[in-house]
Design a protein around this ligand. Structure first.
Ligand SMILES: O=C(O)CCC(=O)C(=O)O
Ligand SMILES: [Fe+2]
Length: 404
């Protein structure tokens, strides 16, 4: 191991990184993660990423704060007190918010929202439960719901390479993926805890429901801002009614990402560069920092804001909008000091929903179902936006589909 570091001067601290599991500095690692590394996971060297993918800016190296838009969406989420605002004023306020969101989705593919309507106490409660899951449970308890990396829709727990099909460039992360449907979610809790952990089940359901509502509102607003005819808008929204939340959110996913402290964060990544495949992601991150996005080829960090949620456009919405809205590459960078937790709601269409540009003239993509896209995503490790490109029409195909 030492020889590797000497042979390769660009990895000066690799030797110490690789020798961690057998050294006293192992205590620097989260105990559960270290145990998993020991028992099942690949060698530590598999967590060292190829040089061109390693992060050059640290988790807390924030750039110009004001650049990534922060949008107050209170005009949509709060009902004004009687007489405080006329209907016309409220409509005007909503129009202004909608315009800001659409602009941010075109230019950045990312923005943060405040006054989103997900109660602060619920977020705190959810954070506490998620931390308890990652920090208090024994590896063998988590492993009862280990993800099957070969499943078409893998849910459950993953840690580094365990629960995925990855053999190299393994992310420094523990994660828990749960289906948004209450009954399906329950099954996981019953497998982990002998008593089913009623409190966890209640909180995760409330959280999923609240995040689902905001996601649906965001989709509605963003679709409303596309230059579409009413027929096209109605067509897309037709499957959205069920219990006031919308049937899309029934096929969605709640995901908890826990990044244990990493002794060498510059050599690895919590999550590599990817775009989210879904329609839209709504993410709560704690105040540690680590989410970075790639804007015009440059990586920049999103400074965590208390009580804000991060919104990002997914591949499916990029296709629906025929590239008006952008699903942007992002990644998670680790740090050596503090664990970091992020909690996301990934809004999915139904499996059979056809993803195709809503505007039928000059489509840039061939139609595909969400199930097809999901399976393609799980079959190939997403590297940047490689999955989406497979469905892009080449110029001559575009011409043909215009003629037809
Ligand atoms: O933890 C983060 O900040 C990013 C999470 C993320 O990109 C994802 O779960 O898809
Ligand atoms: Fe993501």
């Amino acid at each position: 191991m030492g020889a590797l570091a000497q042979d390769n001067p660009i990895w000066p601290s690799l030797a110490s990184f690789l020798s961690l599991p057998s050294a006293s500095s192992r205590s620097a690692l989260n105990a559960a993660f270290a145990a998993l590394l020991q028992t099942s996971a690949p060698n530590l060297k598999d967590y060292v990423w190829t040089e061109r993918e390693r992060p050059l800016i640290a988790h807390n190296q924030f750039g110009d704060d004001e650049m990534i838009p922060v949008i107050d969406m209170g005009a949509f989420t709060f009902v004004p007190a009687d007489g405080a605002m006329s209907a016309l004023e409220r409509q005007k306020a909503q129009r202004s918010v909608a315009t800001q969101m659409a602009k941010a989705s075109q230019e950045w593919g990312f923005f943060q929202v405040t006054n989103h309507g997900v109660p602060e106490d619920l977020i705190k409660e959810m954070e506490r439960h998620a931390r308890d899951f990652f920090e208090l449970l024994k590896p063998e308890e988590k492993r009862r719901i280990l993800r099957d990396g070969n499943a078409g829709k893998p849910m459950g727990y993953a840690c580094g390479g365990a629960g995925t099909r990855l053999k190299s460039d393994i992310p420094w992360i523990e994660s828990l993926h749960l289906p948004s449907m209450a009954e399906e979610m329950d099954g996981y809790a019953w497998k982990v805890w002998q008593d089913g952990n009623k409190d966890f089940r209640r909180v995760v359901k409330e959280f999923s429901r609240a995040m689902g509502r905001v996601s649906m509102k965001l989709i509605e607003v963003l679709v409303g801002e596309l230059a579409l005819g009413q027929k096209e808008k109605d067509g897309m929204m037709r499957c959205k009614v069920e219990d006031g939340v919308g049937s899309w959110s029934s096929n969605s996913v709640v995901r908890f990402n826990y990044y244990p402290p990493c002794p060498q964060p510059a050599l690895t990544l919590g999550l590599g560069a990817h775009s989210d495949p879904h329609l839209l992601t709504l993410l709560h991150q704690d105040l540690v920092g680590g989410l970075q996005i790639c804007k015009d080829g440059l990586w920049m960090a999103i400074r965590p804001k208390p009580n804000a949620l991060v919104v990002n456009i997914g591949d499916a919405l990029q296709v629906w909008s025929n590239d008006v809205y952008k699903s942007v590459e992002h990644r998670a960078v680790c740090n050596s000091v503090k664990p970091r937790l992020s909690m996301g709601f990934f809004l999915n269409p139904l499996d059979e929903t056809i993803i195709t540009p809503l505007k039928s003239s000059s489509p840039l993509y061939k139609p595909f179902t969400w199930k097809e896209y999901r399976e393609c995503m799980y079959a190939h490790r997403p590297r940047g936006k490689s999955n989406l490109l497979q469905f892009k029409l080449l110029n001559d195909q575009q011409n043909k589909s215009n003629i037809m």
